[in-house]
Design a protein around this ligand. Structure first.
Ligand code: 5IU
Length: 259
């Protein structure tokens, strides 16, 4: 596909899914295409970082299953912060089972993800039944789904024909699938591309993570940059770092759309 040069404003008219629209509207209101991934394992640390980065983000990405003291009050407090700072919530659950099972994992259990996360994501390895299952829960609630088409980690199998298959599956479910977790733009349609593996200074970690800069991933087609340790890694500086990444991401977007 060609470089995505349409503005977020124009792209709003290409989307009908309520979660996709809410995300684009929030991006425009806050001039932020930054999602901070808050991978911290106590609710106090999680909520402290969310409160600090909240003003600079359009989206907070969670892994709620790593929070050791999880209970419903964590969700209640997260939602208060999402109203206070105006951001959406993306639970990075990476569903990967058959349709019947993901229905239960998405709606029930300890986390009841569908009740609070506007966005979640799924692997395509089970085939399209996973989307049918998740859509049966998420669509009535106005939720949106991202498919994992590519990963940022070294040696990922999500490439080539696998990535093409993810795109084909998304095309069958355009009401619920709003885009992809990917490293570049996919397809000529308007899919939202959310890209993890982002850090200023690039490099990686000791377990296969590979980083690109905000400017590079946005140039390749990222609509939302996902940054974790780059923002919350230095204790006490998450708010300042988030604002730095927001500016980088927004300038890269303006450069891409020619503004
Ligand atoms: N994440 C990736 N790469 C991927 C996918 C998800 O890093 O391809 I799919 C998640 C893992 C972590 C966050 O929650 O995004 C990135 O965190 P760091 O910026 O701290 O590496």
């Amino acid at each position: 596909p060609q470089v995505q040069t349409q503005t977020y404003d124009v792209r709003l008219s290409n989307h009908t899914n309520p979660a996709a629209r809410a995300l684009l509207e929030c991006i425009l209101r806050k001039r932020s295409n930054l999602c901070v991934s808050v991978d911290l394992s106590t609710s106090a640390e999680l909520l402290e970082v969310v409160d600090a980065v909240g003003p600079s983000v359009c989206l907070i990405k969670t892994h709620m299953d790593i929070v050791e003291d999880f209970d419903q009050s964590v969700i209640d407090r997260l939602r208060v912060l999402s109203e206070k700072h105006d951001f959406l919530i993306f639970e990075d659950r990476k569903f990967a089972d058959i349709g019947n099972t993901v229905v239960l994992q998405y709606s029930k259990g300890v986390h009841k993800i569908a009740s609070w996360a506007q966005l979640t994501n799924a692997h395509v390895v089970p085939g399209s039944g996973i989307i049918t299952g998740l859509a049966s829960v998420g669509l009535p609630l106005g939720r949106g789904l991202l498919l994992l088409a590519e990963m940022s980690s070294a040696g990922t199998l999500a490439q080539g024909a696998y990535t093409d298959a993810a795109l084909a599956m998304a095309r069958e479910h355009r009401d619920f699938v709003v885009g992809f977790i990917a490293q570049r733009r996919l397809g000529d349609e308007d899919w939202l591309i959310l890209t993890p593996g982002v850090q200023l200074g690039s490099g990686g970690d000791s377990m296969g993570q590979q980083y690109n800069t905000p400017r590079e991933v946005v140039r390749r087609g990222a609509d939302v940059i996902i940054v974790g340790r780059g923002v919350y890694g230095k204790r006490g500086e998450a708010g300042k770092e988030a604002e730095r990444y927001r500016k980088e991401g927004w300038e890269a977007y303006l450069a891409r759309v020619g503004g």
